[in-house]
Design a protein around this ligand. Structure first.
Ligand SMILES: [Zn+2]
Length: 168
């Protein structure tokens, strides 16, 4: 490999690493520091399997991801509330839902910060911020700092982690 390419490669790598670190700092400035609340609902793997569909189990209990543009709520804009599909805890309101084009339901805020756990996720060679339900520890999705005002956040959530109930 010519020296110029090696230098370009190192520069690019440094740039990418830097962007990821900046993203995390940005999230911290928006008061999304790591938090973990002790769950009120705890069940064994077999108990969860008996109440969830295989896809719900894979996503919420094994931290999976549903395929983009396939979920029930990615292109859905009715008025109402979104609850945890595992335990029924209130998580999001339709007033914070927006069209992100990413293929998953996207919100710029939660109804209550205490309803979620915020966890640094270093899996798959990426530095991301994972969100779980604080009531039952179901994996919901990830939060990114490219959302619309007022929070500037994009909570990118799996449809199977949510249950919508129409209302205000
Ligand atoms: Zn839950």
């Amino acid at each position: 490999m010519p020296m110029k390419s090696i230098i370009s490669f190192i520069f690019l790598f440094a740039l990418i690493s830097n962007i990821q670190v900046m993203s995390q700092d940005d999230i911290r400035t928006r008061n999304l520091t790591e938090q973990h609340v002790a769950p009120k609902v705890t069940k064994s793997a077999d108990e969860w399997k008996s109440t969830l569909t295989p896809l719900e189990y894979e996503v919420t209990r094994n931290k999976g991801t549903e395929r983009p543009f396939t979920g029930q709520y990615f292109n859905f804009y009715e008025k109402g509330n979104y609850y945890c599909s595992n335990c029924g805890a209130l998580l999001f309101n339709s007033s914070s839902k927006f069209k992100s084009g990413c293929g998953w339901p996207s919100f710029n805020d939660v109804t209550n910060l205490k309803s979620i756990n915020i966890i640094t996720d270093k899996s798959h060679g990426m530095l991301r911020t994972e969100i779980t339900c604080s009531n039952c520890e179901a994996h919901l999705g990830h939060v990114f700092n490219d959302g619309p005002p007022p929070t500037g956040l994009r909570y990118c959530i799996n449809s199977v982690s949510l249950k919508f109930i129409p209302g205000k």
